[in-house]
Design a protein around this ligand. Sequence first.
Ligand code: CS2
Length: 481
Amino acid sequence: MTGLPRLTRPADAPIPGIGVVHLGLGAFFRAHGALYLEEAMAKSGGDWGVLGVSLRSPGLRDRLAPQGFAYTTCELGPAGETLHVATAVQSMLVAPEDPQAVLAAMADPAVTIVSLTVTEKGYCHAPSTGRLDFSHPDIVADLADPARPVSAPGYLCRALDRRRKAGIAPFTVLCCDNLPENGAMLRGIVLELAARMDEDLARWIEAECAFPCTMVDRIVPATTDADIERLAQRTGICDAAPVMHEPFRQWVIEDNFVGKRRPDFAAVGVELVADVRPYEHMKLRCLNGTHSAIAYLGYLAGAETVSEAVARPALAGFVRHLWAREIVPVLDPPSGVDLGVYTQALMQRYANPGIRHRTRQIAMDGSLKLPQRILGSIADNLAAGRAPKGLFLAVAAWMRYVSGVGEDGRPIDVRDPMAARLKAVWDDNDSVPEIVAGFLSIEQVFPENLADHPVMQAGLIEALNALLDIGAEKAASGFVR
Ligand code: CS2
């Protein structure tokens, strides 16, 4: 790539004022929310420029800054790539370098939305309950040194406190992570933290602030060096931070904004609704639930990507079984949505050969993903008197994956905040029933009613035995009719 000119901000790109601060700027928001905002401004105007914040490392800022924060989006359709230079992001801050600058930006009266994609682990909560984990090191740090927040909830509380003290209305907190009732959950977390800081702040947030729930959807595989190279070859311009994404996108938002101040989302296809729950259940359980199942079983079976996994009849058949028999029967679809059609479209999205979405990328942070993606469907099946054996196999595949050794005997790079604890379950127990009991006793992941359920215990033991005896692909093939 050396010698190629660097991507620059197009000379005719608008320069809107900053109306949105986005915490956790990464590939997903750049390929999803930022594009909707750009289109909404193009259609209906408004100052909804984005100031991105990285809560950790400077890497992305360092790549984007020389490009004026513009970047290429590559839509990977079955028939080829469509490129666009995205310009909604105006600038970026790296929080640990200057926490005061981030707080000042969040307290700016012109900023009326603070959106977040900090991934499941960024909320410092216990996934089985959705409550703040006060023993989380970032929360301990937030409470110890008010001037230098570390966590996303810490930044929200401190910035809201500044606004309150300055007599400025709060911003709307727009959570865009794949969590159950994400806005309501984040509201609970922020209120818990705020109450520890100052009861008056908590009361003010409770009364004045808005935390709409959202459902976000677009498959965005991590950009690789090979993607950067390919793009440079094709365009003759070097973009150090492009994003890859599928054609499909969806954004459903609860229409609850402070002072009704929001971009003209409706003009660009965002669905503004009164209740996001049916959409969220559909998406988290049908898409993310099977994504995680494919990630663990597919990885164990040697499939590097989702499209490679669903090209195998055993794994594709297994996923269809999950939808038809174990997930859809316990879902209430949003009105007007046919879940048969929805899941068929999902299979096509998974099979898109243009998208190289790695099973190991999706396998990350399973301890924080399983509850909303899979355990909810299991609980609903058990309540209806059914044993969801395919979902048990998916959970057992996660247990098998976090052992850290694959079916081929090679080490697995397990990325999970709980990785050491998960590995210890294997090290400290000998028999499969003991291993299953060891996992079920992790109360941050498994709610009590599930952990104690005899059908769940027996089902997991059977599934883990099958994985160890015959391997992931064969075990999955048992579900194919
Ligand atoms: C994936 C999601 O990495 C993962 O855990 O399941 O990022 C998924 O691709 C998106 O939620 C799709 O909208």
